[in-house]
Design a protein around this ligand. Structure first.
Ligand SMILES: Nc1ncnc2c1ncn2[C@@H]1O[C@H](COP(=O)(O)OP(=O)(O)OP(=O)(O)O)[C@@H](O)[C@H]1O
Ligand SMILES: [Mg+2]
Length: 878
C-alpha cells in the first residue's frame, strides 16, 4: 500500500525538487533541530506539556473525541426522534402542551439512559486498554522514561530497540545496525536499513527516506536515537489512516447484528405506513395517528442494539479483566466465543520459556559432556554483540558463564531474521589472534551446516567437510532433537584484514564449529489447558519455528496427540488447495516462517473456521493481525502486543478458556435481547398496529407507547450480567440469523394471538372505554413482554435456570411499576386510569397463561421446529 503522492501531496516541495522554501522535514539535521527547537538531550517535562497542548495527542487514527454535550446531542439526530419531537411540537401548537412536555421528557430519558450506559462501558474498556498500552522510551529532563505513545510531541528524543514500534515520524540522531519493517506503509516485506548519514535531505516518502523513521513501522534489529518531527494525524501514517488504510472488515457477528437491524427497520417502515394508511381510511385525527405510528416506530427501531452490543461486550471485558485478561478490541470478545481453532506458537505457551544452555559441543563425536570452551567463546561473542531482539536463546548463552571479551571489538552485524534463521557478527580480536576480522554465524543448525564447507576437527585443524561428517553432524542434530534439546549451530570464517562490514553474501564457505543444546522445560499446565479447550470445541494447532524432532518430543511430553505434521519446506511446495485439504488433520506445523504462520492461519479461516492466534514474538505479529482473535501477552514485543486484540497478563493457556467462555456468554446474552425484541416486543407492537384497525380509538396514547418502551428498555439493563448455562457454553457460539428469524416468525404470532384475546376480554368482559382499554393494554403488554425474559433466557424450563438477581429484580420491578402506576397521580399525567380490582385478577391469570404458552411453544420450537432437531446443542445457538 504505497502512499500515493498525488492523492496526498506532502506539504512543501515534492521530494527531489530544487531548493524551495524549507520543509520542516526535508532539511539538514541541524536546521531541522533548530526548526523543531530541539536538542539531542530531549525536552523538559514543562516544555513537552506545553507542546502537547499545542499539537494534541499523538494518535494517528484521528480519534478526536467530541465534547460530551455534542456527543449527547448527536443522539437526537435519529430521524424518527426528530419527527416525533416535531409532531409533538405541532400538537402543542394545537393546544396539547402537556403531551409535548411528556414526549420530550420520555425521549430525553431514554436517550439519556442509552447514552450513560454506553459512555460508562466505553470509559471502563478504555481504562483497561490503557493498562496494556505500548510505551516509548523518551528522554525527558535528561533522563529516559517510559511514556505512553499519546504523550509524545515534536522535539522529543526517543530511544528505540529491536521489537519497538516507531512511535511517530522521526529523524535519526544515531543508529546502530538499524533495520525496520515498513510493510504497513510501503508494502515492502523485507527489513529496510536506516542510517544517520542519509545523504540529501530526507524525503518524506518512506520508500526512499534513509534517515527517517515513520509511525506505523517497527524496529527489526539494532538500536537508534531519533528526534520526533511529526505526531498524530500529521504523520505520514496518520494522513494515510484517514483515507487509505481501510478499517478492519466487520466480523460475522457485527454483520449479523447489522442485518438484524435492517430487518427490523424494514418491518418498522411497513408498520408505520400501515397504521397511517388505516387511520387515513377511517378519517381519524391525523396528528394523533402520526404520533402513534412514530411512537411505535421508536419502540421498534433497533436504535438500541448498538448500545446493547457495546454494553454487553464491555461487561464481558470487565469481567475478563478480573481474570487478568485485557480486551483491547471489543470485536475480539465475540470472536473468541465463536473461535473453533486456536493456533499457537510453542515457546512460552507450551513451554516455560526459561531456556537453559545445557551443553556446548564441538564437532567431535563422543560421550564427553565437557563444554567446548572454543565454541562457547564464539557463541558468547555472537550473542553478546548481536543487537537484534533479545532472544531467550541469547540470554541462555550469556547466562551460561561469562567470557572475557574485553579484547574484542564489534565491527558489523547482519541481524537475525526469521527467513535466514541466523545472526552474523563481524568482530576484531586481539592482535595476537592474528588481527584479521572474524565472522561468527550462529543459527538454525541445518542452515549453518548447509553454508559450511569445512569443519574444525578434534585437533583444532580446519578440514574440508566430507559427506560422512556432514551426515554425522546432521544425525547428531536429529538425536539432540529427539531427546528434546533445541539446538543452534556455530560457524566461523576469517575475513581479509581491513574488512569492516559484512552482508548476507559473506555467510558462505563457513567453518562448522559445533552445536549448542538448550532445554526449555514443558509447561505442565498446558496439557490440561489444551484438553479443556478441546472439550469446549476449540482445536489447537501448533505453529512453531522450531524443528520437528523437538516439537514431537514436546508433544509426547505434554500428551498432545499429533494427528498430522507439516514442515515449512513441504508447506512451501504446497498449493493453496492441497493445503486446505490437509488442514483438517494437520495439527502441528514445524520450521515455519512468519509468512507461513499467516498463510496457515488465513487458509484455516477460508475453510470456514473462526481462528485465534496466540504468540508473542515479532514473527507472530502478522499472524496475530490476520486472526479473528489475536492473543498476546503483556511481556510480548510491542509489535505483537499492538497487533493483538487480547492481552493475557499471565502467559497461561488456561485463561484462554476463560476468555472463550466469557465470549460465548456475551454473545448468548446479546442474543437474549435480540430474541426478546424479535418475539415479544415485536408481537406487541404488531398487535397495536392491528388493533388500530378495528378500535374506534388509539389502542394506546403515543406517550404511553413511549413510556412503555422506556420501561421495557430499562427492564433489560440486567441482561449483560445474566448467567448462561453450562450446556450453552459447551460449543463455539455463532450468530445464527436463521434461528432468530424462525423464532420471530413462530413466537411473534403467538404473542399477537394472545394480545387479541386480551383485547376481547378488555372490551367485552370489562366493557372498557378508551382510557381503561389503554391502561389495561399498557399494563398487560408491559408485564408480558418484560416477564417473558424468564422463559426466553434459557432453553431449560424457567424454574430450572437461575437468572441473575439484577435481571430478575429489574423485570419484576418493571412489571410491578406498570401495574401500580395507574393508581398514582403520575399515572394520570400519562392518561392512565385506575383499573377495577377484577382486572388485576385477570391480569395475573393472563400473564401466567401467556408465559406457559410461550414456554410450550419454545419447547416445541427447539425440539421440533428447529430443523435437524438439535436437542443437545447449546440452548440459544446464535
Ligand atoms: N538468537 C538467535 N540466534 C540464532 N538463531 C536463532 C535465534 N533465535 C532463533 N533462532 C533460530 O530461529 C528459529 C526460529 O526461532 P523461534 O524458535 O524463536 O521461532 P518461533 O516460531 O517463535 O518458535 P516458537 O514456536 O518456539 O516460539 C529457531 O529454532 C533457531 O533455529
Ligand atoms: Mg516464538
Amino acid at each position: 500500500m504505497k502512499p500515493d503522492p498525488v492523492a496526498h501531496p506532502p506539504p512543501g516541495p515534492p521530494p527531489g525538487a530544487p531548493a524551495g522554501p524549507p520543509v520542516e522535514w526535508a532539511q539538514p539535521l541541524d536546521a531541522l533541530l533548530s526548526a523543531l527547537d530541539a536538542t539531542a538531550d530531549g525536552l523538559t517535562s514543562a516544555e513537552a506539556a506545553a507542546r502537547l497542548r499545542r499539537h494534541g495527542p499523538n494518535q494517528a487514527t484521528a480519534h478526536r473525541r467530541r465534547p460530551l454535550w455534542l456527543d449527547f446531542l448527536a443522539r437526537f439526530l435519529n430521524p424518527l426522534v426528530l419527527i416525533l419531537l416535531f409532531a409533538s411540537a405541532l400538537s402543542a401548537a394545537t393546544g396539547n402542551v402537556s403531551s409535548f412536555v411528556i414526549v420530550g421528557v420520555v425521549v430525553l430519558l431514554s436517550v439519556g439512559l442509552d447514552y450513560i450506559q454506553e459512555r460508562q462501558a466505553e470509559t471502563a474498556v478504555d481504562a483497561l486498554r490503557r493498562t496494556v498500552a505500548v510505551r516509548a522510551q523518551v528522554l525527558r529532563d535528561g533522563k529516559a522514561a517510559a511514556l505512553p505513545l499519546e504523550g509524545l510531541v515534536p522535539g522529543d528524543v526517543v530511544l528505540l530497540a529491536a521489537g519497538d514500534l516507531v512511535p511517530a515520524d522521526c529523524r535519526l540522531l544515531a543508529a546502530r545496525d538499524l533495520f525496520v519493517n515498513q510493510a504497513a506503509l510501503t508494502g515492502e516485506p523485507y527489513p529496510v536499513e536506516k542510517r544517520v548519514e542519509g545523504g540529501p535531505p530526507d524525503p518524506r516518502d518512506p520508500g526512499e527516506a534513509t534517515a527517517s523513521l515513520f509511525m506505523g513501522t517497527s524496529v527489526i534489529s539494532g538500536s537508534a536515537t531519533a528526534v520526533v518531527c511529526q505526531t498524530g494525524a500529521a504523520t505520514t501514517f496518520g494522513r494515510l489512516s484517514g483515507s487509505l488504510l481501510a478499517p478492519p472488515p466487520p466480523t460475522a457477528f457485527e454483520t449479523g447484528v447489522r442485518r438484524f437491524g435492517f430487518l427490523i427497520l424494514r418491518l418498522t417502515i411497513f408498520l408505520v405506513l400501515f397504521v397511517l394508511a388505516v387511520n387515513v381510511v377511517f378519517h381519524r385525527p391525523w396528528l394523533d395517528s402520526l404520533m402513534f405510528a412514530l411512537a411505535l416506530a421508536v419502540g421498534l427501531t433497533p436504535e438500541l442494539l448498538p448500545m446493547i452490543v457495546t454494553v454487553t461486550l464491555a461487561r464481558g471485558a470487565i469481567r475478563l479483566a478480573r481474570r487478568r485478561v485485557i480486551v483491547k478490541r471489543l470485536a475480539s470478545m465475540h470472536n473468541v466465543g465463536a473461535m473453533d481453532v486456536l493456533c499457537t506458537d510453542k515457546t512460552g505457551t507450551l513451554t516455560e520459556a526459561v531456556i537453559q544452555l545445557v551443553t556446548v559441543l564441538d564437532c567431535r563425536d563422543g560421550p564427553d559432556a565437557e563444554d567446548s570452551p572454543h565454541v562457547l567463546r564464539l557463541a558468547y561473542l555472537n550473542s553478546r554483540f548481536s543487537s537484534g531482539l533479545r532472544s531467550p536463546l541469547d540470554d541462555a548463552v550469556l547466562a551460561h558463564g561469562a567470557v572475557d571479551l574485553s579484547a574484542w571489538r564489534k565491527l558489523d552485524e547482519v541481524p537475525f531474521d526469521f527467513e535466514r534463521r541466523r545472526v552474523s557478527i563481524l568482530a576484531e580480536g586481539p592482535a595476537e589472534a592474528g588481527g584479521s576480522p572474524l565472522l561468527v554465524v550462529k543459527g538454525a543448525p541445518e542452515e549453518v551446516l548447509r553454508l559450511a564447507s569445512h569443519w574444525r576437527n578434534g585437533l583444532g585443524a580446519i578440514v574440508p567437510l566430507d559427506p560422512a561428517t556432514r551426515g554425522r553432524l546432521a544425525a547428531r542434530l536429529q538425536s539432540l532433537g529427539e531427546d528434546g534439546y533445541r539446538a543452534l549451530a556455530v560457524a566461523s570464517k576469517t575475513l581479509e584484514a581491513g574488512r569492516t562490514t559484512i552482508t548476507r553474501a559473506d555467510e558462505t564457505d563457513l567453518v562448522f564449529e559445533g552445536h549448542l543444546a538448550f532445554l526449555d522445560p514443558p509447561k505442565v499446565s498446558a496439557a490440561a489447558a489444551i484438553r479443556a479447550l478441546a472439550d469446549a470445541g476449540v482445536a489447537i494447532k501448533i505453529l512453531t519455528g522450531d524443528t520437528e524432532p523437538v516439537t514431537r518430543h514436546l508433544c509426547a511430553q505434554l500428551d498432545i496427540p499429533i494427528t498430522g505434521l507439516l514442515n515449512g519446506d513441504e508447506l512451501r511446495a504446497m498449493g493453496e488447495d492441497a493445503l486446505r485439504a490437509r488442514l483438517s488433520q494437520v495439527n502441528v506445523f514445524c520450521r515455519v516462517t512468519p509468512q507461513q504462520k499467516e498463510r496457515v492461519l488465513l487458509a484455516c479461516r477460508r475453510t470456514g473456521h473462526v481462528v485465534g492466534f496466540m504468540g508473542d514474538g515479532v514473527n507472530d505479529a502478522s499472524a496475530l493481525h490476520s486472526a479473528d482473535v489475536g492473543i498476546s501477552v503483556d511481556s510480548a514485543t510491542d509489535v505483537a502486543k499492538e497487533a493483538a486484540g487480547m492481552i493475557l497478563l499471565d502467559q497461561d493457556l488456561s485463561v484462554v478458556r476463560e476468555a472463550v467462555m466469557e465470549g460465548r456468554r456475551t454473545v448468548l446474552n446479546v442474543t437474549k435481547y435480540v430474541l426478546m425484541g424479535s418475539s415479544s416486543n415485536f408481537g406487541n407492537m404488531f398487535s397495536m398496529a392491528g388493533a388500530a384497525l378495528f378500535l374506534p380509538f388509539l389502542p394506546m396514547l403515543p406517550v404511553q407507547v413511549l413510556l412503555n418502551n422506556l420501561l421495557y428498555d430499562a427492564s433489560e439493563a440486567g441482561i449483560p450480567f445474566d448467567h448462561v448455562e453450562e450446556e450453552a457454553l459447551a460449543r463455539p457460539v455463532h450468530w445464527d440469523m436463521r434461528l432468530i428469524l424462525r423464532f420471530m416468525l413462530v413466537l411473534g404470532p403467538v404473542s399477537s394471538l394472545f394480545d387479541f384475546l386480551t383485547f376481547y376480554v378488555l372490551l367485552h368482559v370489562l366493557h372498557a372505554g378508551e382510557a381503561l382499554f389503554q391502561t389495561g393494554w399498557f399494563i398487560e403488554s408491559l408485564a408480558t413482554q418484560v416477564l417473558v425474559i424468564f422463559v426466553i433466557r434459557t432453553r431449560r424450563a424457567p424454574w430450572r435456570s437461575r437468572p441473575h438477581p439484577l435481571l430478575a429484580g429489574l423485570a419484576f420491578a418493571t412489571a410491578a411499576l406498570a401495574a401500580l402506576l395507574p393508581l398514582t397521580p403520575l399515572g394520570g399525567v400519562f392518561g392512565l386510569v385506575p383499573p377495577p380490582s377484577v382486572f388485576y385478577l385477570l391480569l395475573t391469570g393472563a400473564v401466567l397463561a401467556y408465559l406457559a404458552l410461550v414456554e410450550a411453544v419454545k419447547r416445541l420450537f427447539f425440539r421440533r421446529l428447529l430443523p435437524g432437531g438439535r436437542p443437545l446443542k447449546p440452548l440459544l445457538r446464535v
